[in-house]
Write a protein that binds this ligand. Structure first.
Ligand SMILES: Cc1cc2nc3c(=O)[nH]c(=O)nc-3n(C[C@H](O)[C@H](O)[C@H](O)COP(=O)(O)O)c2cc1C
Length: 302
């Protein structure tokens, strides 16, 4: 998740709730550049948590360097590549990248075939259901199959929907039924009950957790049945405070200056949806010094 799943956050998740796989923020390919991947992105793309596969997501169009970028990433040791076909923001939708790739479905298969030759580990795609019509996904599934991708992650909203409405997991089920590629369901999974429902409803091969896990890392364990579902009040706050303390410590090693460190932490706090934690979250967002946030979190975690 862009702006969120940096290596500091991945390290904390990897050492606490140990997801089965971790994904980078998207690596934006620099069109036409002899060095399509920035040094900063190389650092992110190669910062693995030992024992957990790191999937590096690339975003760009077939003719603006995705293949070269992938070659460069693989030459630095990257094993797993995911192509973003879902980003609904800005330029991505007006060029043939991210969600915009649906505008030129004929470019998808040749690009994936080239990547298939290059990528040593898994090659996957993460996609929305279409640009303005959720049936568009069915136009590109044959390309995914023909290119031999290993799995497909679907967030069943259209690009046009952005985050309005809800992910359509009836559609996820249809994609699972009509695709020979294993499908990972994504979208609006925030509790263990919802996770079980989506698995049952769709027959998906697995789940990808986004906002729900950022706001509640223990969601992984709640789904596994190793942590209770949805603790409330004081207990929830203590859990959050402990997690945010770890994140803060990690961000202090990664980012510079109180403003930058706290901006990163606050973007995570902003994703906590619990109404009964709203005042507490607000008190964190008001802070301007790392030291005062550290104290606030330490006191709340006790
Ligand atoms: C702040 C933010 C950044 C995101 N960045 C990415 C990204 O870099 N690549 C991607 O494939 N999806 C990205 N997404 C979409 C999520 O991966 C996910 O598909 C979407 O939020 C629905 O799943 P969720 O309800 O579990 O969050 C982002 C979402 C948010 C809210």
């Amino acid at each position: 998740m862009q702006g969120v799943t940096n290596r500091g956050l991945r390290e904390v998740f990897g050492s606490t709730v140990v997801p089965d796989a971790l994904f980078t923020e998207f690596v934006r390919v620099r069109p036409g550049s002899p060095t399509p991947v920035t040094n900063a992105d190389f650092v992110e793309a190669t910062a693995e948590v030992p024992g957990i596969p790191l999937v590096v997501q690339v975003i760009g169009s077939a003719d603006d360097g995705v293949v070269q970028a992938t070659r460069d990433l693989v030459s630095r040791g990257v094993q797993h590549i995911n192509v973003n076909m879902g980003c609904p923001w800005g330029r991505m939708t007006s060029i043939l990248a991210g969600g915009g790739m649906f505008r030129a479905p004929e470019t998808v298969e040749p690009m994936l075939r080239e990547l298939r030759e290059i990528v040593p580990g898994s090659l996957s795609v993460k996609t929305r259901s279409g640009i303005d019509d959720e049936r568009q996904i069915f136009d590109v599934i044959p390309a995914f199959e023909a290119a031999g991708i290993d799995f497909l992650v679907v967030h069943t909203r259209t690009v046009q929907q952005k985050y309005t409405g809800a992910a359509n997991h009836d559609l996820t089920r249809e994609i699972v039924e009509r695709s020979h590629v294993p499908v990972i369901a994504n979208g609006d999974i925030t509790t263990a009950v919802e996770a079980a429902d989506v698995m049952e409803q769709t027959g998906a091969a697995g789940l990808m957790l986004g906002r729900g896990a950022i706001a509640d890392p223990w969601l992984f364990n709640r789904i596994r049945g190793t942590a209770p579902d949805k603790p409330e009040g004081e207990e929830r706050r203590r859990e959050l405070a402990r997690h945010l303390s770890l994140l803060l410590a990690s961000y202090e090693t990664l980012f510079h200056g109180d403003a930058q460190i706290l901006a990163k932490l606050k973007s995570v706090v902003a994703m906590v949806p619990d109404p009964d934690q709203a005042r507490w979250c607000k008190s964190i967002k008001k802070q301007k010094r790392v030291a005062s946030v550290r104290i606030l979190l330490r006191d709340s975690a006790a």
